[in-house]
Design a protein around this ligand. Sequence first.
Ligand code: MMA
Ligand code: CA
Length: 200
Amino acid sequence: MLSPQLFHKTLGVALFLLPCCAQGKPAGIPSLPSFAHLPDDGTDEGFIPGFLPLVDNKMEDLIRQLEHRISRLEGVLHLEKKITASGGKIFATNGEKANFHTTLKKCKEAGGSIAVPRNVDENDAILYFVKNFNTYAYLGIKESLIPSKFQFLEGSQLSYTNWHLNEPSGRGEEECVEMYTDGTWNDKQCNRNHLIVCQF
Ligand code: MMA
Ligand code: CA
């Protein structure tokens, strides 16, 4: 069954990618079956004692339809190399480039956050885009107040790293982290134009 979390994630990814993927499509995607028929007071004529199974069946049917539509959308996005999944996370790119600050903003606006790998599988999932677009990507990692010590954006310690040989090298002069096309990391100034990769 589709969990609310997965539904929310998929919706976020879909909205993030909407401008890119809507281009060139002749007609819009027909709207999903909605709950618009429900009265505003929240009561449903289906909720009459003894009729709950009917409502349950309708609900299950609607959920199946939604799951089917979502899996088709995921198929399209995967085919277009716009999403990859690893564990519970969905990584997505819109193929655009931006500096670190703008990447943070774009990902947040889409309901996600900048991609940050917590293990080798997630690193590979992000690397998939970096290779495909042949463009480095900023990761959700920043230098702490202690030069050359890097941490997650909210301040917690990294448990997985994949630094390139002799990196980090900036000693306080390179506060962001970019992923190279071999998946290794380099500390770098935050003003470069890199591929936007978000996680949901
Ligand atoms: C550049 C810059 C650094 C990186 C070195 C590696 C010269 O500086 O990208 O961040 O560490 O190259 O040689
Ligand atoms: Ca460096």
